[in-house]
Structures are given as C-alpha cells and as structure tokens.
Design a protein around this ligand. Structure first.
Ligand code: AMP
Length: 130
C-alpha cells in the first residue's frame, strides 16, 4: 500500500508544495513546529533513511540543503534544523525546521496556521528556491 507521502507525490492528497525534481519532493509539514517547517522526501518509497542507497541518500541531502537555504532566506530564524525521525510515516523524510529556540526542535510546541497562511508561506519559500 502507498504511504501517505507517495499519495502526496501522486497528487492524490493535497499538500503545500515547495519543490520537486525527478527524484525528490518537498512540502510543508501539516502540523508544524514553526512556520516554514518543511519535509523533504525521496519519491522512492523507503521506510528508513539507513536503507536508502548511496545516491538517493546523498541526493536527498543535497535537495534538502537547497530547500533549507530557501527557508533560511525567507523565514526569520537563527538556522534550519535537519531532523530525521520517521516514527509516524514509514517513508523517509527530512524535517527542515526553522529554529529560534531549542523548543522549536522538540516537536512539543506546535504552531497553528490557516490555509491562507500555509499557502502564503509556501509561496514565499518557493520564490527563493534556486
Ligand atoms: P515522523 O514520521 O515522526 O517524522 O513525523 C511525520 C510528520 O509528517 C509529522 O510532522 C506530521 O505532521 C507530518 N505529516 C503527516 N501527514 C502529513 C500530510 N498529509 N501533509 C503534511 N505533513 C504531514
């Protein structure tokens, strides 16, 4: 069965898309730790990051770095955290989380955004993708 993230890639479930290329996809996390919290995923559905082949692993990191730079130049933050957890969705994803305090990295403090705020955030980050 397809993961929820594979369904997002195929357009079967909506998302606030940030970037896409042949192998990778980025979209806003629906329950963000901070405004701009983004998930970067390989299109290939693999559960654990340790099971990725070398090319997909390094490609995912390069793609994530590029998206991270766009977030840093859009969102007011000290830096962008790269976090991999994967306990909820069994499809590799790198959380890119704009950080101002350590609390932003804990997954305990969540921010609530309207559809319009998600859309505006995604649009601003997309405009900075190189
Ligand atoms: P984890 O697997 O523990 O790294 O967390 C999965 C992340 O995916 C959580 O931060 C969720 O908020 C996020 N998430 C789950 N479903 C969606 C969705 N449909 N769109 C965007 N983000 C999602």
């Amino acid at each position: 069965m397809s993961s929820i993230f594979s369904k997002i890639i195929k357009g079967e479930i909506p998302c606030y898309k940030i970037a896409e290329n042949d192998n990778f996809f980025a979209f806003l996390d629906i329950n963000p730790n901070a405004v701009g919290h983004t998930l970067c995923i390989p299109k290939e559905e693999v559960d654990k990051i340790t099971d990725l082949d070398d090319a997909t692993y390094t490609g995912l990191m390069a793609f994530s770095r590029n998206v991270g730079k766009a977030i840093e130049s859009t969102i007011d933050c000290k830096r962008v955290a790269f976090t991999v957890i994967g306990l909820e969705v069994p499809h590799v994803h790198v959380h890119l989380i704009p950080l101002n305090t350590m609390q932003d990295a804990t997954f305990l403090n969540k921010v609530s955004l309207t559809k319009e705020e998600f859309e505006a955030t995604a649009k601003k980050i997309r405009a900075k993708i190189e």
